[in-house]
Design a protein around this ligand. Structure first.
Ligand SMILES: *[C@@H]1O[C@H](CO)[C@@H](O)[C@H](O)[C@H]1NC(C)=O
Ligand SMILES: *[C@@H]1O[C@H](CO)[C@@H](O)[C@H](O)[C@H]1NC(C)=O
Ligand SMILES: *[C@@H]1O[C@H](CO)[C@@H](O)[C@H](O)[C@H]1NC(C)=O
Ligand SMILES: *[C@@H]1O[C@H](CO)[C@@H](O)[C@H](O)[C@H]1NC(C)=O
Ligand SMILES: *[C@@H]1O[C@H](CO)[C@@H](O)[C@H](O)[C@H]1NC(C)=O
Ligand SMILES: *[C@@H]1O[C@H](CO)[C@@H](O)[C@H](O)[C@H]1NC(C)=O
Ligand SMILES: *[C@@H]1O[C@H](CO)[C@@H](O)[C@H](O)[C@H]1NC(C)=O
Ligand SMILES: [Zn+2]
Length: 350
């Protein structure tokens, strides 16, 4: 009797710890993805919801009482390049006509353009300056069941750049906090993941603005980089992002992990894309300049595929580092009291 009550106590203590959804550390201890994917109450987010758009809804306007956001938008409104929105927020551009040869707006979706036509806009970051280096990063998080993946990265002492969707940050705030606690870099990836060139000026501003505010609210850092969903960016969107202090981060290689199982992309295709990047690294293709590949913190498959390929990637490249590290950007946030190692100081992978 006595033994079993002690056991019961121990068991419930362990059970309670495994279900702690109130602190970053407690939440990080939940290994089972299904348990981790249960939504939970988190007061700081709940209390702030009135100052944010509906979670997962496309944002088309700045909230009526958001005077800070309105002023920020007003300050840039008259100088936003006069390029009309096109296609749909869902990414249907089939009805759009565009002069691809001239590519007047450096519209990536049509031409993979990463060097803006407009003066004063910096080129997108589509590769990393350090040779034989992979700028290691993942889109679409925080995924609700990411702890096994983050545990794995932590075991390898491997940091990455996480492109977080604002709605997901609000939905799984402790998962977002874990990224900062684990030393990953956070960039924004919009509020609701629309195709940004379809958004109005105000809509594009709001998608970025509220994703930045969500990251700040939850993790206490303000990102200085973003990645456009589906890579859909042009000079109008680049301008709005630049005014918000965000550098545009693209990629040179796409694993297509996000598309596995649809549109003729099989898991073999995705593995082939990983293999081809590693073969290129092996043949010296990145001896002058490093690479960025698009991969995702999206679901079990994309995260497991990243883990399965990690040892081979780490062998194929000399360095796997967050993009900020490959840029020697030791202060990746607006807050100056947070720093990341410089490339030279970077000890990982071990
Ligand atoms: C805006 O209004 C909502 C709903 O009344 C409220 O919850 C929120 O705190 C307000 N936000 C600001 C920035 O005043
Ligand atoms: C932004 O500028 C456009 C014209 O360039 C104007 O029609 C619009 O009302 C302005 N928006 C705001 C919020 O001032
Ligand atoms: C909102 O954006 C998503 C893409 O993120 C798109 O699929 C959906 O159609 C959009 N909703 C509306 C009402 O445009
Ligand atoms: C898939 O591949 C088949 C054969 O190559 C082709 O006929 C079909 O149009 C493709 N489907 C899509 C969605 O790309
Ligand atoms: C993916 O699912 C499999 C099967 O349930 C599991 O063994 C594995 O740990 C999961 N991977 C991740 C990264 O959660
Ligand atoms: C980063 O800093 C190191 C050490 O100063 C230097 O050798 C390297 O060229 C720098 N790389 C970049 C991309 O700035
Ligand atoms: C940095 O300063 C902010 C206040 O500006 C504070 O909230 C935060 O905890 C500090 N972060 C670190 C890592 O010291
Ligand atoms: Zn995405």
């Amino acid at each position: 009797m006595r033994t079993s009550s002690v056991l019961l106590l121990l068991f419930s203590a362990v059970g309670a710890q495994a279900q702690d959804r109130t602190t970053e550390a407690g939440d990080a201890g939940i290994e089972d993805p299904d348990a981790e994917c249960q939504s939970y109450y988190y007061a700081p987010v709940s209390n702030a919801m009135g100052s944010f758009p509906t979670i997962r809804a496309n944002v088309t306007s700045i909230l009526a009482n958001d005077t800070v956001g309105q002023q920020k938008f007003l300050a840039m409104n008259s100088s936003i390049p006069n390029i009309a929105p096109r296609g749909t927020l869902g990414g249907d551009f089939s009805q759009v006509t565009y002069d691809q040869a001239a590519d007047p707006d450096c519209w990536w979706t049509q031409t993979q353009c990463v060097t803006p036509k407009l003066a004063d806009l910096k080129p997108d970051v589509a590769s990393v300056p350090e040779p034989r280096t992979l700028g290691y990063g993942f889109d679409d998080g925080p995924a609700c069941g990411h702890n096994r993946f983050y545990n794995y990265l932590a075991e390898q002492n491997q940091k990455a750049t996480m492109f977080f969707i604002g709605s997901n940050v609000m939905w799984f705030p402790l998962e977002a906090q874990r990224a900062v606690a684990d030393g990953h870099q956070i960039c924004a990836h919009t509020w609701s993941h629309p195709s940004m060139t379809a958004a109005t000026n105000e809509g594009a501003f709001a998608e970025l603005w509220y994703s930045i505010q969500a990251i700040k609210l939850v993790t206490n850092v303000t990102p200085t980089c973003w990645r456009p969903p589906r890579g859909d960016v042009d000079d109008r969107i680049r301008y709005i992002a630049t005014q918000l202090g965000l550098e545009t981060i693209m990629w040179g290689f796409d694993s297509f992990d996000w598309e596995a199982g649809t549109n003729n992309i099989t898991t073999d295709t995705v593995q082939g894309n990983y293999d081809s990047l590693m073969a290129k690294a092996g043949s010296g293709a990145f001896d002058g300049i490093g690479a960025i590949m698009l991969t995702h913190e999206l679901n079990n498959y994309t995260m497991q595929t990243a883990m399965d390929n990690y040892p081979k990637l780490a062998a194929a490249f000399d360095h796997l580092v967050p993009i900020a590290v490959a840029q020697n950007k030791t202060q990746p946030y607006v807050e100056t009291n947070y720093s990341m190692p410089s490339f030279a100081d970077c000890a990982y992978p071990l």
